[in-house]
Design a protein around this ligand. Structure first.
Ligand code: PLP
Length: 366
């Protein structure tokens, strides 16, 4: 079997472990595992199946198209889809029993029309904007939206929900302010005769705000083993990004490496060529600023990260063609992590793992 060129290995046992840890944090609520963006780069269908085996009962997708991918794969669990452009045909969603988030009267009308066309009621979750100023109904339109939804026979209001802005900063006052607005919005829905479920908790709130678990929690990043809050929790990173050594050579003191000659060997040394680059998700900004795990230890990447390749300084150690190279992984052996890449490039680990969803990178499951 050929050594891998660019491969992410997804450990579904770790994912199942993480789901059961998170469900255990919110024992009175049901768990919706968020699988948007192809499961944060881990594969939505495989993640969905593993999460349901581990105790999740709901799935969350961003677009209706993402939800329908799950249905097409035979996933029958409740799925919520929350953001689609104006003019979307919701009929295939209603037909497939996908729950739809509704944030405006315009969208309510679109969903009701789809339900009429299909001849089946649409299950909707009314979304209130409690302060994120993003998706969701503004507070001043909420009363009218709730009344209208209650009076629309084509829809069944299954939930009222919202999303938190600052839950990853423990004690941030915005979270309490959002919780208060959420309570008001739920109260208005009940006053309009509705009896909805309530949900607002992302991963950070699952881990730090039990008072906000309500009927359903919606963890995303923590399912993939990446902890958004500085609280110790036994979460295990699910994704490992690996490659292999494609060539080994000795270079002499004074020889330079890769485009622009940004690194020059201070002494004779052995360098290993690894056939992955920025087209495979290795940020070029990490040139001369990252390590890989190779031959049982960390070794520095020297010179520029190119589109398709990078070079590792191995000193006088024995490294041979075909040796495994771990770009990032769980960190349990000392290998770099997605968090480390994020910290060094000014982003968050969400963006690193989600960015591994690309055609040049093979995905395998363990
Ligand atoms: C992405 C997302 C989540 C999950 O957030 P995490 O921080 O990854 O846990 C939950 N709800 C909504 C609406 C989202 O868009």
């Amino acid at each position: 079997m050929a050594a891998p060129r660019a491969e992410v290995v997804i450990d579904l046992d770790k994912l199942r472990h993480n789901v059961s840890v998170l469900a255990g944090h919110a024992p009175a609520a049901r768990t919706m595992v968020v699988v948007k963006a192809d499961g944060y780069g881990h594969g939505a269908v495989e993640v969905a199946r593993a999460a349901l085996e581990a105790g999740a009962t709901w799935l969350g997708a961003c677009s209706l198209a993402e939800a329908l991918v799950l249905r097409a794969a035979g996933v029958r669990a409740p799925v919520l889809a929350w953001l689609d452009p104006v003019g979307t045909d919701y009929a295939p969603g209603v037909e497939a029993g996908v729950d739809l988030s509704v944030s405006s009267a315009r969208q309510l009308a679109e969903v009701a029309e789809a339900a009429r066309a299909v001849g089946r009621r649409a299950a909707i979750h009314l979304k209130i904007d409690t302060g994120l100023s993003r998706n969701g109904c503004p507070a001043h339109e909420w009363g009218a939206l709730v009344e209208k939804a209650a009076a629309t026979p084509e829809v069944e209001v299954r939930a009222v929900w919202s999303h938190l802005a600052c839950a990853d900063e423990i004690g941030h006052p915005a979270t309490d302010a959002q919780a208060a607005r959420f309570a008001d919005a739920c109260g208005e829905a009940v006053a309009a005769g509705l009896d909805p479920m309530r949900h607002i908790a992302n991963s950070a709130a699952v881990l730090t705000r039990p008072d906000l678990h309500f009927d359903l929690v919606r963890p995303g990043i923590a399912v993939y083993g990446l902890n958004p809050v500085p609280v110790p929790v036994d979460l295990r990173p699910v994704m490992t990004f690996r490659s292999s050594v494609a060539a080994v050579k000795r270079i002499a003191a004074g020889d330079a490496v890769s485009y622009g000659f940004t690194w020059t060997a201070p002494a004779d040394t052995t360098v290993a060529l690894v056939p992955v680059g920025y087209a495979d998700g290795v940020p070029r900004a990490l040139s001369n600023r990252m390590d890989v795990w190779l031959g049982g230890r960390r070794r520095p990447v020297v010179g520029r990260v190119c589109m398709d390749q990078l070079v590792v300084d191995c000193g006088d150690d024995l490294v041979v063609e075909g040796d495994e190279v771990v770009l990032f992984g769980s960190g349990e052996h000392g290998e770099p992590t997605a968090r480390e890449w994020a910290d060094r490039t000014g982003t968050i680990d969400y963006e690193i793992v989600t960015g591994m969803y690309r055609p040049r990178v093979t995905r395998t499951y363990r």
